[in-house]
Design a protein around this ligand. Structure first.
Ligand SMILES: *[C@@H]1O[C@H](CO)[C@@H](O)[C@H](O)[C@H]1NC(C)=O
Ligand SMILES: *[C@@H]1O[C@H](CO)[C@@H](O)[C@H](O)[C@H]1NC(C)=O
Ligand SMILES: *[C@@H]1O[C@H](CO)[C@@H](O)[C@H](O)[C@H]1NC(C)=O
Ligand SMILES: *[C@@H]1O[C@H](CO)[C@@H](O)[C@H](O)[C@H]1NC(C)=O
Ligand SMILES: *[C@@H]1O[C@H](CO)[C@@H](O)[C@H](O)[C@H]1NC(C)=O
Ligand SMILES: *[C@@H]1O[C@H](CO)[C@@H](O)[C@H](O)[C@H]1NC(C)=O
Length: 514
């Protein structure tokens, strides 16, 4: 099939005594009858007519012509991206009766290509300059399943443009200029609708009612002040982040009986109460709002609750009653100063608790023993006692960076058999010989530790207490010879040797846990 396995075309010419070659066009083909080309300035004539898949990118092809693909009678997939294409002659694709997938992303098209072949199932035109849709644009595309128009300049959605798209399952309109939508679109098979990052501020009643099969809806990054009322019952995921919602009345969405994911971060919500009306909700994200309390009456199947970056001051047992499936709880960057002992005892599956950037003066008591990761960075904790940590047999990551801890008893660590990462830097360590014993215990355990620097005594100030030889020297007479033993012959990890810089690599919650 492939005459030459790959072919190379140099466009060379002799001018002013110099032999000048334009960048070579490279194409390669494989036995699966796909051809890939880049750096082309036109559709290469050498492409075999029996090609099934053609991929062209990083080229300069201003215009596509009727003659370009005319003889590729078995072409199924055509991708032409990043090629500066501005216009496409009428009927360029019309005769490609086998074409199923057409992608013309990252070009400079100003309109939808005309006369598209009726067998098309996937059409991707993302990142162009298309500024309007016309009634005839998708005429006859009865088989189209995926239409991706993200990052164009479309301002309105004329319903007539979509009237052929009976089988459309996925419609992506993110990053356009939509300010409003008028009449409903009749797309009965649509499962996925994304209109994020537009300028939408409301929807006409019944706009969503016609999407009887919709599972996923994103309206993030718009100017919505109200939740649309007629959302389809079939929804599983609803994204409304980055809008201007001040209030969400959950009884307005209680018909969403299968909703599993509800994302409301970056709005202006002051409170939200009674999410229990959504029985299948597993993820609720409310980060960056203005909540003063943890939402009341949460649904019992909840697995992830994100209330980070709010104004919450208290965490009580009542807030978390019956949340036996909760695995991830984010309360970081609030003003939590009160954390009731045992507040999370009913969350018997909690593995990830984020409490960094709060006002806690101690580690909360009776945390669930299922915790694998506990982040308490940036609080006002002074003491780390046995009492708080002794049950955390599963704990793998403990972050106590940037607190006010000066002492750490090595016994505390004996209770944490699975600890792998311990962040202790940014604390005013008092580098006594006792702390050196703790250091020895940590090294023996093989825990990865960011220790940070000594604040006291004066002669040790600035020393990295996990690696300093100087403080070891000072304690020479205080440690027994076995205590002085192995640890300091072991090689320190390079990051520990220079732990002065602030590390930020613990800021993600999906640590590799086992
Ligand atoms: C392309 O087709 C449209 C109608 O579908 C027509 O208005 C236009 O004149 C045609 N362009 C050319 C260059 O033939
Ligand atoms: C909810 O999910 C169930 C199980 O997948 C399904 O049978 C039911 O039709 C769904 N309800 C709605 C309103 O889509
Ligand atoms: C939603 O919850 C109801 C009742 O709790 C259940 O019958 C249904 O199957 C659930 N739907 C899904 C998709 O899990
Ligand atoms: C903490 O939350 C406030 C808003 O509640 C926000 O302005 C600030 O940037 C957040 N800080 C961090 C470190 O995320
Ligand atoms: C450090 O610990 C020693 C011994 O316990 C104590 O005497 C000293 O006051 C402590 N220094 C600071 C700054 O807390
Ligand atoms: C070593 O121990 C002695 C007494 O046990 C104590 O006075 C001294 O301060 C200790 N040295 C250090 C550096 O902690």
């Amino acid at each position: 099939y492939c005459i030459a396995h790959s072919f190379l075309l140099s466009l060379c010419s002799y001018s002013s005594g110099l032999f000048v070659c334009a960048a070579a066009i490279r194409c390669s083909c494989d036995p699966a009858r796909s051809v890939q080309c880049y750096r082309a300035t036109e559709i290469p004539r050498e492409i075999p007519f029996t090609t099934r898949r053609l991929y062209i990118s990083h080229s300069k092809i201003k215009q596509l012509q009727f003659t370009d693909f005319r003889r590729m009678s078995v072409l199924e997939e055509l991708v032409l991206s990043c090629s500066g294409t501005e216009s496409i002659e009428n009927n360029t694709f019309k005769a490609l009766s086998t074409l199923k997938s057409l992608e013309l992303c990252k070009n400079q098209l100003k309109q939808i290509p005309t006369f598209l072949p009726s067998g098309l199932e996937i059409l991707r035109l993302a990142d162009n300059s298309i500024n309007a849709l016309h009634a005839s644009d998708f005429a006859g595309l009865m088989k189209l399943r995926v239409l991706d128009l993200r990052n164009n300049l479309i301002a309105t959605l004329p319903p007539s443009a979509f009237s052929s798209l009976y089988n459309l399952q996925s419609l992506i309109l993110d990053g356009n200029n939509l300010e409003s939508v008028s009449a409903p679109l009749r797309l009965p098979r649509l499962k996925y609708l994304s209109m994020a990052d537009n300028k939408l501020n409301s929807f006409p009643t019944n706009f969503f009612a016609s999407f009887q099969s919709l599972h996923f809806l994103s309206l993030s990054g718009n100017f919505l002040t109200k939740l649309p009322l007629d959302l389809p019952k079939s929804l599983l995921s609803l994204k409304l982040e980055k809008n201007q919602l001040k209030m969400v009345r959950l009884r307005d969405v209680k018909h969403l009986e299968n909703l599993s994911e509800f994302l409301l971060s970056e709005n202006q919500l002051i409170s939200i109460d009674g999410a229990q009306v959504l029985p299948n909700l597993t993820t609720l994200e409310l980060s960056k709002n203005q909540l003063h309390t943890v939402p009341l009456r949460l649904p019992s199947r909840l697995q992830k609750l994100d209330c980070s970056n709010n104004l919450i001051q208290r965490v009580t047992a009542q807030d978390f009653q019956g949340l036996q499936d909760l695995k991830h709880l984010f309360l970081d960057n609030n003003s939590v100063s009160t954390f009731e002992a045992g507040a999370l005892q009913q969350c018997a599956q909690l593995s990830n608790l984020a409490l960094e950037q709060n006002l806690l003066s101690s580690i909360p008591l009776r945390l669930p023993d299922t915790l694998a990761r506990l982040d308490l960075k940036g609080n006002d904790i002074e003491d780390v006692g046995e009492q708080e940590l002794k049950d955390l047999k599963q704990l793998q990551v403990l972050n106590l960076r940037n607190n006010k801890i000066s002492l750490l008893d090595r016994k505390v660590l004996e209770y944490l058999p699975r600890l792998r990462h311990l962040y202790l830097d940014g604390n005013p360590w008092n580098c006594t010989c006792d702390l050196l014993r703790t250091r020895r215990a940590l090294v023996a355990k093989g825990t990865d530790v960011r220790g940070g620097q000594c604040a006291a005594p004066a002669q040790s100030r600035g020393e990295s207490w996990m690696s300093s030889k100087k403080i070891l020297q000072q304690c020479k007479d205080n440690l027994s010879s076995t205590e002085r033993g192995k640890e300091d012959r072991k090689k320190m990890k390079p990051n520990e040797a220079s732990s002065a810089g602030v590390n930020t690599d613990d800021d993600y919650y999906d640590y590799e846990l086992d």
